[in-house]
Design a protein around this ligand. Sequence first.
Ligand code: GLU
Length: 402
Amino acid sequence: MSIVLAQRLAQVTGSATMKVAAEADRLKRAGHSIVDFGAGEPDFPTPARVKDAAKAAIDANFSRYTNSMGIPELREAVCAQYKQNYGIDFTPAEVLITNGGKQALFNTALALFNPGDEVITHAPYWPTIPEQIKIANATPVIVQTRPDDGFTVHPDQIIAAITPKTKAIIINSPCNPTGSLTDEAAVGAITEAAAARGIWMIIDLCYEHLIYDTVPHNLPKLLFDRHRDRTVIAGSLSKTYAMTGWRAGWTIAPKDLTTAFNVIQGHSTSNITSFVQKAGVVALNGPQEGVTEMLNEYRRRRDAIHGWLTAHPGIKCVKPRGAFYLFPDISDLLAGSVRSSADFAQGLIEKEHVAVTPGEGFDAPGYLRISYATSMEQLREGATRILRFAESLQPAKAGASR
Ligand code: GLU
């Protein structure tokens, strides 16, 4: 008997990133030696002091419900960190602790978007962003960015996409999957246009501490100065402190909207895991050197794998400025039965046991997303296998062109 699903799911597709992660996991469990460039998550362990705080909280029986907004100490720690990093002031009443950046954005979509609303964002995008907009019955409006200028978001293109139906603009910087940064001038121009029309600005800053060069990127201050009453910031512990599985993130938003987020969260998940919150306080309030050490290591890895892959004439790749993904254009390699980047990714995992996420999931057919948050040995091995797979397609290509 077929199941009649709710209509809101008619246009929604499952998470492309989660699908690759599950497939890689399945093959690993079956005993295959998989080089996993799929899921975007640090391979570093969570810092010991953070783990110890969680263990101590469990031992102290900190195991009951908390306030669904999150414990006050953690919301205060978010306030203190943004004050220190960006010079902005807000109160714990403007912070809600969420199950990762994903729930931060989901609460925002459910609280703000109505059927018929348009929400502008930029592609290639993290697949969850447009799907959440659709779950809220609103319409994603996609502005394409291009590799020839490093996937830069141009404010004039975003502004040109505004219509009377535009409810919000979502900017993800550093961007998953492209690693591009949307600079202050661009966000400033977009914010001016949004402020003039009462449009919400939603900034996904989940990779905020993974920026390789010292460039100004104080988007929170800029938004607070110009458009505070219609700004939502989404943040996360996942990437900064190697805590993806702990599920801890937050929104920073006007108090009344935060109260609405709490209505949604109070009827869905309630608080995030109690002892994770105690660990989160220690992550945010403690020494931050570990964050820089991880960033330095990601930079070495980025440079290495970028160099190895782009040595192949069929692979074109922008060097990312942030996050930990390479997003190469492999369209020149497509040949024979490997007609799309989805085919390429499928062949790569079947023949060479390398997991990558195909560009189709990011609205970028012809590309692959390679997470380089893994060891140098795995990167070297994976690059060797990718290049071997690319070479294996060449005879078919030569044959096809004759
Ligand atoms: N940053 C992760 C990725 O893109 C998140 C996975 C997800 O939840 O979609 O791989």
